[in-house]
Design a protein around this ligand. Sequence first.
Ligand code: SAH
Ligand code: SF4
Ligand code: F3S
Length: 443
Amino acid sequence: MTEAKKLYVKTFGCQMNVYDSERMAEALGGQGYEQVDTAEAADMILFNTCHIREKAAEKMYSDLGRLKPLHDVKPGLKIAVAGCVAQAEGEEILRRQPMVDLVVGPQTYHRLPAMMQAVDRGERVLDTDFPEEDKFTLLPKDRRPTRGPSAFLTVQEGCDKFCSFCVVPYTRGAEVSRPADRLLGEARDLVARGVREVTLLGQNVNAYHGVGPEGGEWGFARLVREMACIDGLDRIRYTTSHPNDMEDDLIAAHGDCDKLMPYLHLPVQSGSDRILKAMNRKHTAEGYIRLIERIRAARPDLVLSGDFIVGFPGETEEDFQATLDLVAAVGYGAAYSFKYSARPGTPAAERAGVDPSVADERLQRLQALITAQQRATQEGMVGRLVNVLFEKPGRIDGQISGKSEYLHAVHCAGPADLLGQIVPVEIIASQTNSLTGRLRAQS
Ligand code: SAH
Ligand code: SF4
Ligand code: F3S
C-alpha cells in the first residue's frame, strides 16, 4: 500500500470558503490525499483565498511568499491557490509566484482530480471558468466525518445584487440555488454523522429559490421549515442574508420555528440614505429599521448582528453620524465594521475616496459604539439560562465550550461526555468575547 499524500489547507475569508475547503479536501481525498494540520507536514498546500478587501488579498501573497523556504527544501511540494483571489487574479498569481502549480476558482474545484493529474505531469494549471455544470453534483457524494456537532451547508452561491463596492458578483458569479432535495439529503447525511446544528450558507442566502423535490420552486423560508422537519437536526442558522430578501414567511419562521436560532446577521452597511444609494443597496435606513422591528416582533429576544463600511467615497461627517444613529437605534449584539477598500473593477473604485485618516477615526468611533453594545448584550445574559451546544474541550483542563442559541461562545466546567449535546447552562460572567456558565444541576 502506498502511503497517503498529505494535504494542508489554509482558509481565508467567509464561511463559504470554509465549506468549499472541506469539499476540496474531499475531492482530493479520491486522489489519495489526506489532510494534515501543518504546512511542514504537507506534500500539497492549498490556499483558499478571499478578495473582499485589499488587505485580505495582500495577506494571501505574503503568506504565499512565506512558503518559499519550505518549497526550497521540498521541491516536489505542490502549491495550489483557490477561491476568490484565484478567480480575480489567476494569471497574476501564476506570474507573481513561480512556486504556484495550480489556480482554481470557486466554481470549478470539482475538476481538481483532473487538474492534479496535469500538475503531476509537470504542468501549471489555471481554471477559473464559470462552467455550465453544477460542481456540487459532481463532487464526491459522501461527506467526510465532521469535526464537531455543527456544520456549514452551502445552499446558494453567487450574487446578482452588485453593490457598488463589492467583488463577490465577479468572483463568485451569478446567483445559483442548489436543488432542495440535495440539500435535505446532505443535511440528513450530516445528522447521521453526528451533526446537530447546520448553518445554511449563501452570499445572499435568503434569496434562495431552488427547485423543490416535486418540481416548482422553494423559497428560503420553505427550505428552513423543511430542514426543521429532519429528526436529530436541532438547530438551524443562516448567513448572510440581505434586507431586501427577508420574505414574510422567513420573518414568521423566526417566531414559530423553534429550531431556527434567535440570532440574525443582517448587514446594512450604512445609515445614510445618500450613501446607501451610492452603494446600490436598494433600501433605505428607515426601511431597514422597520424591518428589524418586524423581525423582533416575531422573535423579541433575537440577537442581531450586522456589517458596516466606513469611509465609502463621498461619505461626509453627517452621513457617518447617520450610521452611528442607526446603530444606536437598532442595538446590535455583535457587528463587523470595515474601512472601505477600493476594489478593482467595481463601480465605486472609480470614485474619490475619503481621507484615510478620517476613515480611520470614523472606524474607531463606530467600533467603540459596537463594542459597548456587544458588551451590554453579553452582560444582559448574566443570570440567564441558555442552551449550549457543546462543541469542544475548553482551553482550561476540565472545561468544555460551545455556543448558546444566541451564538455566544460559552465555557464552563463540565465532563467531556457532554460534547455534542445541548445542555441548559446558567450564565455567571461575561468576558470580552465569551461567557462563562455553570451547568444546571441535572435532575
Ligand atoms: N453578501 C453579504 C456580505 C458579503 S462581504 C452581504 O450582502 O451582506 C462581507 C462584508 O464585507 C460586507 O457586508 C461588507 O460590509 C464588507 N465589504 C464588502 N466589500 C467591501 C469593500 N470593498 N470594502 C470594505 N468592506 C467591504
Ligand atoms: Fe456583495 Fe452586495 Fe452581493 Fe453582498 S449583496 S455579496 S455586499 S454585492
Ligand atoms: Fe471573500 Fe470570496 Fe467570501 S471574496 S468574503 S471568500 S465570497
